[in-house]
Design a protein. Structure first.
Length: 481
C-alpha cells in the first residue's frame, strides 16, 4: 500500500489534515486573534514582535477584494493558517524522505506532527505561529540539502528563508542561530550571514515608514520587551509551567476538560481509547534501533534549535505559544537518529489525533466557551454607562472587531489597569468582575487577580448574564458615588 512515490496516497494524506484544519476553526478566538483581525481590516500592517503577519493578511484581503470577494477577516486568516499548516506538514515530509525514511514511516511521523495540539490549535486560529514554522522548516530542508551536496547556494537559501521566518515572528531567531552555531564552517560563515541582512533591512524600512526616523530602530525592534508587553524573567514556578506547556504542545491539557466531562460523560470514552493506544504504541516503540546512516550534523542542528527554543520559552514563564515548534523538532531529531516501527508510529499518531480532536478542536469549534460577543453587545447597547471588564484587553479587541470602533465606555478597574475608572466621575457602572468564574489554566496561575473591594460586595444587583459553555458570568450594577 505504502509504495514510494505513491502520489495518490500522499495527496489523500495531506488533504485529510487540510480538511481537519479548514473545517474545524475555533469559534473562541484569542485576544490576539481578534486584535490581528481588526488591525488587518484597518490596514495596520506592522507589529514589532511579528513584523509581517498583518501585512500578509492585508495583502490577502485586498487581493480577494480586488476580484470581488469580501470575506470575514477573522475567518479568512484561519484559512490562511490552515493552509500554511498543511504546508508545514508537506515540508516536514520532504525532510523525512530526504533523511532516507520510507513513505510509511515518513507519513506516520508527519501524521504524528499534524496531530499535535500545538500545531492543530494554531492551524485553526488567527495567530502568528504557523507561518514562521513553515519557513523555518523550509530553511531546514535547504540546510539538509547543503549537508548532502555542499552547494553554497543552499546555505544562502537556507539562511534567507530562516530569516523570513524571523520577520514573521522574532522567536525564530533561535532556529536561525542554531544553523549558525552548528553548521557553518568558518570559511562559509559569510554565505550564511549575508542573506540574514534582510531582517535589519526590512525592519529599517518599516521603522522609517512608521516612526519617521531610523534613530528609533532599537526601540521599535525590541519594543515589546522594552515597554512591558513581553517580559523575560525566571522563577521556580516556571519549571512546572514549562513542563506542562511542553506536554500541551503534544496533547491538550486544560482545566476546561473537567467542564467538558461535566457536560457529558461521552467525552471520556474517546480519551480512554486514546490513552490505551498511546500506551500500546509507546510499548511497541521499545523495538527502535539506532540508524547506521544518521546525519550527525543535521541532528545537532535540530537539537540545538530545540534547546534554544525551549530555553527561551522557559525564560518567558513557560509560554506554550513559544513551544509550538518543539514537537516537530523532536520528531526530526528522532528521525535523524532512530528507526522506529511504522505501525507503532501510526498508533501514536491516531491516539494523539483522537485526544486532541476530543478535548481540543471539536469543543472549540462547536461551543462558545465564554461568549465574549454577548459582553461586547451589552457594552455597545449601554454607551452612556461605564463597563468595568474583568479582562479589559480581550473585551476591547472583541468590541473593536465586531463594531469597527473603540469602546469609549470600557474600563479596566477602579484605580489600576489599562484604563482606570475615576470614582469621582462615576455614572452608572456595570461590571463582570463580581464572583468571577475561574477555569484552571496557565493564566490563572501566572497572573492571579486581586479584585477591588467595590466589586466584591455581595449586594450588587445582577442586571444581565453571559451564558457560555464554561458557565454563566453575571453582569452587575454598582451604585455610583
Amino acid at each position: 500500500m505504502f509504495r514510494q512515490n505513491n502520489t495518490l496516497i500522499r495527496f489523500g494524506f495531506f488533504a485529510f489534515f487540510g480538511l481537519i484544519y479548514l473545517l474545524l476553526p475555533t469559534q473562541n478566538s484569542s485576544l490576539d486573534g481578534y486584535a490581528y483581525a481588526h488591525m488587518i481590516r484597518s490596514g495596520d500592517m506592522f507589529m514589532h514582535h511579528h513584523l509581517l503577519y498583518n501585512a500578509l493578511g492585508f495583502s490577502v484581503v485586498k487581493s480577494l477584494n480586488f476580484i470581488g470577494f469580501h470575506p470575514d477577516v477573522l475567518a479568512l486568516m484561519k484559512v490562511v493558517n490552515a493552509l500554511f499548516a498543511v504546508g508545514c506538514l508537506w515540508v516536514l515530509f520532504q525532510i523525512l524522505v530526504y533523511l532516507k525514511k520510507m513513505d510509511k514511516e515518513a507519513l506516520a511521523l508527519t501524521a504524528l506532527a499534524g496531530s499535535c495540539f500545538g500545531l492543530m490549535r494554531f492551524a485553526t486560529e488567527n495567530e502568528n505561529y504557523i507561518i514562521p514554522i513553515f519557513f523555518s522548516l523550509l530553511g531546514s530542508l535547504y540546510l539538509l540539502y547543503y549537508l548532502e551536496n555542499n552547494h553554497k547556494k543552499n546555505i544562502i537559501l537556507a539562511s534567507l528563508i530562516l530569516s523570513v521566518a524571523c520577520l514573521f515572528h522574532q522567536v525564530h531567531v533561535w532556529w536561525w542561530l542554531a544553523g549558525l552555531l552548528v553548521f557553518i564552517r568558518k570559511r562559509n560563515v559569510i554565505y550564511y550571514l549575508l542573506p540574514a541582512m534582510i531582517v535589519p533591512i526590512v525592519y529599517a524600512v518599516v521603522v522609517v515608514k512608521e516612526t519617521g526616523s531610523i534613530a528609533n530602530f532599537i526601540d521599535y525592534v525590541f519594543y515589546d520587551y522594552l515597554h512591558g508587553s513581553a517580559s523575560i524573567a525566571w522563577a521556580w514556578m516556571d519549571i512546572p509551567l514549562a513542563g506542562i506547556s511542553l506536554v500541551r504542545s503534544f496533547v491538550q491539557v486544560h482545566g476546561s476538560m473537567a467542564i467538558q466531562v461535566q457536560h457529558s460523560s461521552l467525552w471520556v470514552f474517546p480519551s480512554l481509547m486514546s490513552a490505551g493506544l498511546l500506551f500500546y504504541s509507546f510499548w511497541g516503540m521499545r523495538k527502535w534501533k539506532f540508524r547506521t546512516d544518521s546525519n550527525n550534523h543535521f541532528f545537532r542542528f535540530i537539537c540545538t534549535a530545540f534547546i534554544l527554543h525551549l530555553g527561551f520559552a522557559e525564560l518567558c514563564h513557560g509560554n506554550a505559544e513559544f513551544m509550538v515548534m518543539l514537537p516537530l523538532l523532536i520528531i526530526l531529531a528522532l528521525a535523524s537518529m532512530l528507526n522506529i516501527p511504522a505501525k507503532n508510529l501510526w498508533f501514536a499518531a491516531f491516539a494523539t489525533l483522537v485526544w486532541n480532536l476530543n478535548f481540543g478542536l471539536l469543543p472549540a469549534h462547536i461551543y462558545n466557551f465564554e461568549n465574549k460577543q454577548k459582553q461586547a453587545a451589552f457594552i455597545h447597547q449601554h454607551p452612556e454607562t461605564h463597563f468595568v471588564a474583568n479582562d479589559y484587553w480581550y473585551a476591547w479587541n472583541v468590541y473593536k472587531y465586531i463594531y469597527a470602533k473603540e469602546p469609549g465606555n470600557l474600563y479596566s478597574g477602579i484605580d489600576n489597569g489599562a484604563k482606570p475608572l475615576n470614582p469621582i466621575k462615576w455614572k452608572t457602572v456595570f461590571t463582570d468582575k463580581c464572583n468571577i468564574r475561574l477555569v484552571l489554566n496557565r493564566k490563572a496561575l501566572v497572573d492571579p487577580k486581586t479584585e477591588e473591594t467595590a466589586f466584591m460586595q455581595s449586594d450588587n444587583p445582577i442586571v444581565d448574564s453571559i451564558v457560555g459553555y464554561w458557565g454563566v458570568q453575571y453582569i452587575y450594577k454598582i451604585e455610583g458615588k
